[in-house]
Design a protein around this ligand. Structure first.
Ligand SMILES: [Zn+2]
Length: 136
C-alpha cells in the first residue's frame, strides 16, 4: 500500500525538482515562469514547465506538461500521489482550473503543494476541486 501523503523529504524533493524545471519554462510573453513536479504512487518523479505561444491560447501549463509526460512514460494507469507547483515571482499560485481537473483525473487522492496567499499550502486536490468531473 502506498501512503496517501509523502513525507517532508518527498515534499522538499518535489519543490526542488519543480524549481529546476521552472528554469526551462518558455514564457517570453508573460515572464511568469512556472515549474511543476509530480510524484507517482509508485515513487517516480516527473517535471514540467509552462510553454507559451505567440497565439496565447495555445499556452500549456507546467502541471499538465508534467502529467502528460508521466502518462507518456508510464501509461494511462499512472497515478499521482503529490504534485508541487512553483513560479519565478514567488507569487501565490495554485493550479488553474484546467490543471485541477487534470490532476484529479490521474490522482483523485493527490496532494497539491503550492504557495497560497498566506504562505506555503498543502491541500488534497478535492479541496481545490470539489465535485470534480468524472465519466465513470
Ligand atoms: Zn494550469
Amino acid at each position: 500500500m502506498h501512503k496517501r501523503k509523502p513525507n517532508g523529504d518527498a515534499r522538499k524533493r518535489l519543490l526542488e525538482a519543480a524549481r529546476r524545471a521552472m528554469k526551462n519554462a518558455y514564457a517570453p510573453y508573460s515572464k511568469f515562469k512556472v515549474g511543476a513536479a509530480l510524484l507517482t504512487t509508485t515513487g517516480k518523479l516527473f517535471v514540467g514547465c509552462n510553454v507559451e505561444n505567440a497565439s496565447y491560447g495555445m499556452t500549456n501549463c507546467a502541471e499538465r506538461a508534467a502529467i502528460f509526460s508521466a502518462v507518456a512514460q508510464l501509461g494511462p494507469k499512472m497515478e499521482i500521489r503529490a504534485i508541487a507547483v512553483v513560479n519565478n515571482h514567488n507569487a501565490p499560485c495554485s493550479p488553474c482550473g484546467a490543471c485541477r481537473q487534470v490532476i484529479y483525473e490521474f490522482g483523485p487522492k493527490a496532494v497539491v503543494y503550492f504557495l497560497g496567499s498566506s504562505g506555503p499550502k498543502e491541500l488534497p486536490v478535492t479541496d481545490l476541486l470539489p465535485e470534480g468531473f468524472r465519466l465513470k
